[in-house]
Design a protein around this ligand. Structure first.
Ligand SMILES: [Zn+2]
Length: 324
């Protein structure tokens, strides 16, 4: 498969301020990073790039690296995929700290966080039909902006629950992109914390889990960049610390779509881990000498990571692609 070194879409409404790149975590005591795949299929090259970037950033700062399975949304989970992902990570030489966290077993933590927000008057029930919203609301960074129609409705079982988002700008310094600014109330509106079918949202699960695992640094693909301002809003609502963020370039296939399990990206060849690792390192801007073993690869990559060439993300505007 041909791989384009390209960047994910960037919304013209997220503002990138021209400041120098900042390496997150440099000199910070107590670095803890994580890799958090969704077990909707086997590990592919795109997720290997994210795993490698987050692991190398953690290890090169003398930090810990955790693994979390984001299996919060049962319909997306493919039986056996989580085990296959963990096996692939192992044969590629990844070593994680502590036990794997499983979102599917953390309903109690999400329920407690949501309850706190309900008590604080930050949550309301939404009875709007998805179709009606899609037709009438203006489009934001990820679909229609919720106009706040149901604000004031009491939270109730069997209805979607939304967070009241304050009208203020979220600013953060991304380790690859520099300063990023976004006004969530205008770009997303009040977003869903629990769906009508009772499934907790990705945003709530990630924020609660990052805090529970004591994550200080999130290094992940830029396809999740649009989620970061919402997660910061939620951290603030829950009085949780905001980790440092770095968004890596996203691997696109020859058609210009993000490699993903949904687009049936080719799984990694677990029998030949070195060629994939070397390709991932190159994609991330590292120049490695030829290596003969996994141990040699990891040794070299750890040294090369802080010296990698800058990701070519900044200064380019990319249009949003439709890759359904
Ligand atoms: Zn509504």
């Amino acid at each position: 498969m041909g791989i384009a070194r390209a960047e994910t879409w960037r919304s013209s409404r997220m503002i990138f301020c021209p400041t120098p790149c900042v390496s997150p975590g440099a000199g910070i005591f107590g670095y803890r990073g994580r890799f958090a795949p969704t077990p909707s299929g086997p590990l592919h090259f795109g997720s290997l790039v994210a795993a490698l970037g987050s692991c190398l950033d953690a290890r090169s700062h003398g930090g810990e690296w955790r693994v979390r399975m984001e299996d919060v949304d049962p319909p997306r989970v493919v039986p056996g995929a989580a085990e296959s992902i963990l096996r692939s990570l192992e044969v590629h030489g990844f070593e994680w700290d502590g036990a794997v966290m499983w979102q599917g077993r953390r309903d109690e933590a999400y329920r407690a966080a949501l309850e706190g927000l309900v008590h604080a008057g930050r949550v309301y029930a939404c009875v709007c039909a998805r179709k009606a919203l899609a037709g009438s609301a203006p489009r934001g960074v990820e679909g229609p902006v919720y106009p706040g129609t149901c604000r004031g409705r009491r939270p109730q079982p069997g209805k979607a629950l939304r967070l009241i988002v304050p009208a203020q700008r979220v600013l953060f310094v991304d380790g690859a992109l520099g300063r990023v600014a976004c006004e969530v109330s205008r770009e997303c509106g009040d977003f869903v914390l629990r769906r009508a079918d009772g499934v907790y949202s990705y945003q709530l699960a990630v924020v609660v889990d990052d805090a529970a695992q004591g994550i200080t640094h999130v290094v992940r693909g830029a396809d999740l960049l649009a989620s970061t301002p919402r997660q910061i809003v939620l951290q603030q609502a829950l009085n949780l610390a905001t980790p440092a963020y770095m968004h890596l370039p996203v691997v696109l296939d020859t058609a210009g779509c993000k490699l993903s399990k949904q687009t049936r990206a080719t799984p990694l060849d677990d029998a030949r881990p070195l060629p994939s690792l070397l390709r991932a390192a190159e994609f991330l801007g590292m120049n490695l000498e030829p290596v003969a073993s996994l141990a040699e690869f990891w040794q070299q990559a750890l040294v090369a990571w802080p010296r990698r060439s800058r990701f070519a993300l900044r200064g380019k505007r990319l249009s949003r692609r439709s890759c359904s």
